[in-house]
Design a protein around this ligand. Structure first.
Ligand code: NAD
Length: 276
């Protein structure tokens, strides 16, 4: 069984991106907007800053109190949109309940939307390729490509239909000529769908959700989930059983997660190249 090493791929990508950054006229700048202090968000932000340093991107964190009103946040974003020294803007999720994530995502200028959450960037995926693809789906596609896993004609089964993972990965897999099934919380007989798939992508958010009886022998399994179980970070895949049956599997941690961060850096370099 091949354990797909997302960290190693991410490091190789940083190396390539660093060379691209050298060719730019000025250092790319990424602004990370953080509202309130969540412990989990802190760790994610630290990871993004470290990755930016590896690539040569200047990452600036702008921190705002939990009490910030939506209009104030939108004003901050509007100023960053106009600032020509800023190439990429992201808003660290989740936001406090009084802030509408959809409205906030929409406020970011499309060309600086390096998370790829803007409805126009997501919508463009439906019609053709978009310049700034959402990071996790782009990371999964890059991982499959770098592992030499061809999607043409393959049956890809995705569990999860979120706007940031399930739906966009389905569109990207379709563009890559896969036959795609999207399953979700209301899918009947889920295992009958997953058992037929060559590639199963799980983005549910439930620890040990996908078990070996749900896949065919030799399937490729991509685990997107991030869950805390007994103080440990685990994915959505029951690793012990699935690793005995799959031909390839992404671990958690160390699989899709590092690729998501790497694609954020890749999108920032794309945005900077375009702006400059
Ligand atoms: P979400 O909560 O928005 O969506 C979860 C999806 O799972 C829903 O579409 C729902 O229909 C489906 N689902 C729930 N219960 C189900 C069931 N019993 N059977 C079948 N489907 C079911 O979550 P999301 O934002 O897509 O994230 C999913 C997981 O991926 C989470 O654990 C999240 O932390 C993780 N995640 C990881 C990365 C990464 O970089 N590795 C990035 C984004 C999200």
């Amino acid at each position: 069984m091949n354990i797909i090493d997302g960290r190693a791929h991410a490091q190789a990508i940083y190396h390539d991106l660093a060379q691209q950054v050298q060719q730019l006229k000025r250092q790319p700048k990424l602004v990370i907007i953080q509202v309130a202090n969540h412990q989990a968000s802190e760790a994610y932000i630290r990871g993004k800053i470290k990755a930016a340093e590896a690539v040569g991107i200047y990452a600036e964190v702008q921190n705002f109190p939990e009490s910030i009103e939506q209009n104030q946040l939108l004003t901050v974003i509007a100023q960053l949109n106009e600032d020509r020294t800023v190439d990429g803007i992201i808003v660290q999720l989740p936001l406090p309940g009084h802030l509408d994530e959809f409205i906030v995502a929409r406020a970011i200028k499309r060309s600086k939307d390096v998370d790829g959450f803007h409805p126009e960037n997501l919508g463009e995926l439906l019609i053709h390729e978009t310049l700034l693809e959402p990071c996790t789906p782009k990371g999964i596609m890059t991982l499959l490509e770098r592992e030499g896993i061809e999607l043409t004609g393959k049956h890809v089964c995705i569990i999860g239909r979120s706007n940031i993972v399930g739906k966009p990965i389905a569109l990207l897999a379709l563009q890559a000529n896969a036959t795609v099934t999207i399953c979700h919380s209301r899918t009947n007989n889920l295992h009958q769908h997953t058992q037929q798939a060559d590639i199963v992508i799980v983005a549910v958010g439930i620890a040990n959700f996908l078990t070996d009886d749900m896949i065919r022998t030799g399937a490729i399994v991509i685990d997107v989930g991030i869950n805390r179980l007994n103080g440990k970070l685990v994915g959505d895949v029951d690793y012990d059983s699935v690793s005995q049956k799959a031909s390839a599997l992404t671990p958690v941690p160390g699989g899709v997660g590092p690729m998501t961060v790497a694609m954020l850096m890749s999108n920032t370099v794309v945005a900077a190249t375009n702006q400059q």
